[in-house]
Write a protein that binds this ligand. Structure first.
Ligand code: SF4
Length: 591
């Protein structure tokens, strides 16, 4: 992070500079920490500027101009979501900042940081990535200004956008620019147009062109039938319904994994290359075996809440086979589950037990969904037309390995030095209900008194719009949970996560949910008023007032209508309005 650290490593310059809206934590659950280690393991010298001041360029410049490029991210969550509640009130804290202090990053951090790099290092290629760039890669609705915005690639004027999990893309970017630099006649190469051309076509990226003809000239140009043409910015501005069409097409591109997409904004065209290949088990194992310290940078004097929460959690897999319409995980990490090997997980746990801060507990073993480790599609996702693998019913080609997962959890718990091991990632109850042995083991051995479950709603027609399982399945799971807890003589509770004011949800639906909660004697605290975050199908529903098939649906759009629905379940206190966000690697944090 500092020039003195470069000197200690005998580095006279950096190859890659990463700039982040989060504090720097050297942990595999934090994107910049992970990518920094990954690039370094492949021979690149990486510097990190975390939460730079944006009133000047001093922080950006403190380690000098990097040789290859700058990578910019707003951090683990969208900067607007980090700053504002569901009712657009300013938040007073930020879990990714020392001391939990709010205000350490600017609104629209991706754009602001890119401008700073442009000022500091003219001509240096700038690549934007992370969840903010990824979910704003195409035309999107911005809830905080109540407006459509163009692709953030054009808004930020970056050279390239890396979407999804960026290990493959960022390495390829570094290698291509390195080759270009080495072949350059003069070391001071500053011709941005040469950088741009060499970066086009890398899987998992977006680039902008002025003429579609240049697309066909790329060495790996798509064939006509491989190109998804998304509704243009201008068309979406004039016809709200086409935002749904565009959003579903981007979702399809991620899920099918093979097609290119293009979206015009006036005379500029944003090209989305096919998503990067998912990581193999061996690659993931190698990535998580890098020598992370699992601590914030030593220059911080205050605790970073997110770092503390996740310090001794273990990521077992990536991706989510569910297609919840309000969630960004499948759009970012992909639907294909990428799992680490049992050996790799065991080695990580052994390493944790030797950590100087180790206190005996693993807070979580999981991923976006706790019980999808090892799951796979036995059918061939490239030709699949379904929007997700689990609803309305679990696909017959979707294979899970919950029995092996239980064995794995037991093995990890038996590692000398481990006193407790919990599963804190959300459990997909429709899958769990199909395997009573998994539920039994989970409830008896790996729940620490409370289990977080996300039924999200009571009304099946709202659940259909969310692409969540039928409510009846949640009730079945509750029975199994209660029965197993009772048999184990353990007093344990399910903590249900619920969403108010979802598109399609009426006041009557909220009353039905409130009535069900009353009947059970529950007063849930985990209630999220729906936030239309950029790029999701649910946000397209909110904006256009239609379901994915184009049928009109009621939408609580004004703050007054949203609050009325929310108050039917939640007490009138801002603390109950905490928003959905994920841990950096996609696990649910809190609401
Ligand atoms: S075939 Fe089934 S399991 Fe495979 S991707 Fe499609 S829905 Fe998922």
């Amino acid at each position: 992070m500092f020039r003195e650290e470069m000197v200690r490593r005998c580095w006279d310059e950096l190859d890659v500079l990463l700039i982040s809206g989060d504090a720097y934590v050297d942990h595999p659950s934090f994107g910049v920490g992970l990518l920094g280690r990954w690039l370094q393991a492949h021979g690149f010298r990486v510097g990190i500027v975390a939460q730079p001041r944006w009133t000047g360029i001093e922080d950006i410049m403190r380690m000098g101009r990097p040789r290859l490029f700058a990578g910019v991210t707003a951090g683990a969550i969208d900067s607007l979501l980090a700053h504002y509640t569901a009712f657009r009130k300013k938040r007073s804290d930020d879990a990714y900042t020392p001391g939990g202090r709010a205000g350490a990053r600017p609104n629209r951090a991706t754009i602001v940081y890119t401008n700073l790099v442009r000022q500091a290092f003219p001509g240096l290629p700038v690549v934007v990535g992370g969840i903010e760039a990824s979910l704003r890669r195409a035309v999107h609705y911005d809830f905080w200004t109540d407006k459509l915005r163009p692709s953030i690639l054009l808004d930020s004027k970056a050279d390239l956008l890396a979407y999804g999990m960026a290990e493959r893309a960022i390495l390829e970017i570094a290698r291509r620019i390195q080759v270009l630099r080495e072949g350059s006649d003069h070391a001071g190469e500053r011709d941005a147009s040469r950088h741009l051309a060499v970066l086009r076509g890398i899987p998992g990226t977006a680039f902008a062109i002025s003429s579609l003809d240049s697309l066909w000239q790329l060495p790996n140009a798509p064939k006509n039938d491989e190109l998804l043409v998304l509704p243009s910015f201008e068309l979406i501005q004039s016809d709200a319904g086409t935002l749904m069409e565009a959003t579903l097409a981007v979702e399809r591109q991620v899920h099918q994994g093979v097609r290119w997409a293009v979206q015009s904004h006036g005379n500029r065209h944003v090209v989305l290359t096919p998503p990067a290949e998912p990581m193999t088990t061996e690659e993931l194992d190698a990535l998580y075996a890098l020598p992370y310290t699992r601590r914030p940078h030593p220059s911080y004097s205050q605790l970073i809440p997110a770092a503390r929460m996740i310090q001794f959690s273990v990521t077992s897999h990536r991706g989510c086979a569910g297609g919840c319409t309000f969630c960004s995980i499948a759009l970012h990490q992909g639907r294909e589950i990428q799992s680490r090997s049992a050996d790799s997980l065991k080695q990580e746990v052994q390493t944790l037990t030797a950590h100087p801060d180790w206190a005996g507990s693993i807070s979580d073993v999981g991923g976006p969904t706790a019980n999808m480790w090892g799951a796979r599609c036995a059918g061939g996702p490239a030709n699949c037309k379904r929007a997700d693998c689990l609803t309305p019913t679990v696909c017959r080609y979707f294979e899970t390995r919950e029995d092996e997962l239980v064995d794995l959890l037991r093995t990890l718990k038996a590692v000398p030095g481990v006193r407790h091991l919990r599963v804190a990632s959300g459990v997909r109850y429709d899958l769990a209900s199909e395997n009573i042995e998994y539920v039994k083991a989970l409830v008896r051995e790996f729940v620490g008194g409370q289990l977080k479950i996300a039924p999200e709603h009571r009304s099946d027609h709202v659940l259909r719009l969310m692409r969540k399982p039928r409510f009846e399945l949640f009730e079945q799971f509750l029975c199994a949970f209660d029965e197993q807890s009772h048999r184990a003589h353990k007093e344990q509770y399910v903590v249900p996560y619920l969403i108010s004011a979802f598109p399609g949800c009426t006041d009557d639906d909220m009353r039905a949910l409130a009535e069900w909660l009353r009947e059970r004697g529950w007063k849930p605290q985990q209630i999220q008023c729906f936030i239309p975050t950029p790029g999701t199908v649910a946000t397209a529903m909110y904006y256009a007032g239609i379901d994915p098939k184009g049928n009109p649906i009621p939408v609580a759009r004004s703050d007054k209508d949203r609050m009325r629905q929310h108050y039917m379940l939640a007490p009138k206190s801002e603390s109950a309005w905490e928003d959905t966000s994920q841990t950096p690697d996609g696990r649910r944090r809190r609401r």
